[in-house]
Write a new protein. Structure first.
Length: 586
């Protein structure tokens, strides 16, 4: 066995090297290491760069969990990282809840290591006296969210990396209310995780021991049935047998639950992309299993042309995001973006609630600050309030909980531009199953009136102005440039774009809104976030925020015009002004 010199190196660089080498050898020498991991570590013994890559850092537990590339080491996603995180979570739960409440629901998607990691987490919980309720097969995250409240659990864990490439997996934690854990909760969990030694402080039972102690149980059809019955209460329009729908789960957990619910709602002409039904962890038919990427629709659109479908739907591996394509007047298909889908769904839901007399002064729609404003205008027209949150659906879930506790508002719909939507409150995260059902119902309803979703969207543009929303991701050379670009744009923003002058700057890091013309400052009520938003006098705006994990900036643009041509002209001018300020520093 190797020995180490415990004296501190004189230089930080040497200290870092000592640190990752120490981690590597400790892993290699751990007596209970599984065979596959040990063999992988043995293969990298003579590759110092690879050792550094795998061990120089620790995979961080962020605002709701962690995500990383699969592999051995402290900077990779693997069973030992999952065990440590779960041990920390277990200690948080034991300190927070009574023993009676201490059970946790666990779900997983179709990725490599997903089922194994979910079972490992279950057995760590069981070793700490916390009952683990594990789904018997892959499930959408919305079903997990529902199951937490349905079973009275203290929280939930889902093993997924959402729409990331196949070499990734992740670990996401949900709170007792069924929403993703928010930063204040995540901070407490991290404090417990940080005290855990990855090998010495983790408790784990065998599955046989856990089952004998009634601390490990599988769940399935009973939860699915209860969830689907709740979903049906949101669907008020009878299924149109003439509507033709193509659906693909992109190898994820949307199958078989979405075809099942569409069938139960009466949509008999639902065509499935057979090549993408299998729970393939390599996502072998797409470059990335992300419905935000038009390329992921390739096979679905091919089938849609064959079947002359009215609507095309795709969900990502954990089935929280939904993309949508609509047949246009030229006979081809137009893919809607997240803002367009959200505005259409909101308008449809408000139409139905108004018809049934269920709209009240307390009704509230929630969107994120980087989501387009068409929905806000629609809500106002119906007498419905709009509340904005920071980016991330966890903040929408947090608002639903707040409304439930204080009775201040009635949540009717929430959405974000990144293809996430929610109606109802029995699920508390963006829900691809509910969204798919409502999209099909909406298309069915409008088809009866001789309209497509594109026709309805044009109606909304005619009434509220043509809204153009776009997202640009800019990669920088290094992390240091991120803060430099943010400061540069903050201190020297575009004073004018075309005929429109700058009106306000919202600095969410400082929590202040500043009137550009008067210099007057007001307080922003949202939590701190490294996000800057710039509002122009003509309703145009752009928001810029860093990735947080890599040298990349996300810039969200929005313009409004009397028609598409005017909105596009404004968009081109706005993007050019912002690009000049980024390019000068890169």
């Amino acid at each position: 066995m190797s020995t180490f010199n415990d004296s501190k190196p004189e230089h930080p660089q040497a200290a870092a090297q000592e640190n990752h080498l120490h981690r590597f050898r400790r892993w290699l020498e751990y007596p209970h290491l599984d065979t596959a991991t040990r063999e992988e570590l043995e293969r990298m013994k003579d590759n110092p760069d690879k050792i550094k890559d795998h061990f120089s850092m620790e995979l961080e537990f962020g605002t709701a969990g962690m995500r990383g590339i699969l592999g051995p080491g402290s900077n990779r996603f693997n069973r030992y990282i999952v065990r440590r995180a779960t041990q920390g979570l277990a200690q948080y739960l034991l300190n927070t809840f009574s023993r009676k409440e201490n059970k946790v629901v666990l779900a997983y998607d179709s990725r490599h290591l997903s089922r194994e990691a979910a079972e490992e987490a279950s057995l760590v919980l069981a070793a700490n006296g916390i009952k683990a309720l594990l789904f018997e097969d892959i499930r959408p995250v919305s079903v997990l969210s529902f199951a937490i409240r349905h079973t009275g659990a203290a929280g939930g864990i889902v093993i997924t990396a959402s729409h990331n490439p196949p070499e990734y997996n992740g670990y996401k934690v949900y709170s007792q209310d069924g929403g993703q854990c928010v930063p204040s909760t995540a901070k407490k969990i991290v404090e417990h995780i940080n005290k855990i030694d990855i090998f010495d402080d983790v408790y784990i039972l065998s599955r046989e021991e856990a089952e004998q102690q009634n601390l490990f149980n599988f769940m399935g059809e009973e939860i699915d049935r209860a969830y689907l019955e709740n979903l049906k209460t949101l669907c008020t329009y009878p299924g149109n047998e003439n509507l033709r729908v193509v659906y693909t789960p992109l190898h994820g957990s949307g199958h078989p639950i979405i075809p099942r619910v569409l069938n139960e709602l009466g949509y008999q002409q639902t065509f499935l992309v057979e090549e993408q039904l299998a729970a393939d962890p390599d996502f072998s038919t797409v470059n990335t299993p992300n419905p935000e990427d038009p390329a992921s629709f390739h096979l679905a659109l091919k089938l849609a042309e064959e079947k002359d479908a009215h609507l095309v739907l795709a969900t990502d591996p954990d089935c929280d995001r939904v993309g949508c394509g609509v047949k246009n007047n030229q006979g081809s298909y137009t893919l809607l973006n997240g803002n367009q889908i959200g505005a259409l769904l909101l308008n449809y839901r408000l139409e139905k609630l108004k018809q049934s007399g269920e709209l009240s002064p307390n009704c509230t729609m929630i969107k994120t600050i980087v989501t387009g404003d068409l929905g806000k205008k629609i809500a106002k027209d119906y007498g419905v309030k709009t509340e904005e949150t920071l980016t991330g659906f966890k903040f929408i879930g947090e608002k639903i909980k707040e409304y439930e506790q204080n009775g201040s508002s009635d949540f009717i719909f929430g959405y974000e531009e990144s293809y996430g939507y929610l109606a109802g409150t029995f699920s508390r995260d963006k829900d691809g199953v509910i969204t798919s059902a409502l999209l099909v119902e909406m298309a069915s309803c409008y088809l009866e009136k001789g309209l497509s979703l594109l026709d309805k969207l044009e109606e909304l543009y005619h009434r509220y102005g043509y809204h153009l929303d776009e997202l640009e991701s800019i990669k920088l050379k290094d992390m240091a440039l991120v803060s430099r670009v943010l400061n540069q744009i903050k201190n020297n923003p575009p004073h004018r774009v075309g005929d429109a002058r700058l009106s306000k700057i919202h600095d969410y890091q400082e929590g202040k809104a500043r009137d550009w013309n008067t210099g007057e400052e007001t307080r922003l009520e949202l939590p701190q976030s490294p996000t800057l938003c710039f509002l122009l006098e003509d309703e145009s705006w752009f928001c810029i925020r860093p990735s947080g994990t890599e040298p990349k900036l996300k810039i969200y643009y929005s313009t409004v015009g009397e028609n598409k041509s005017i909105a596009r002209k404004k968009m081109n001018a706005l993007q050019a002004e912002v690009k000049k300020r980024v390019d000068t520093l890169d």
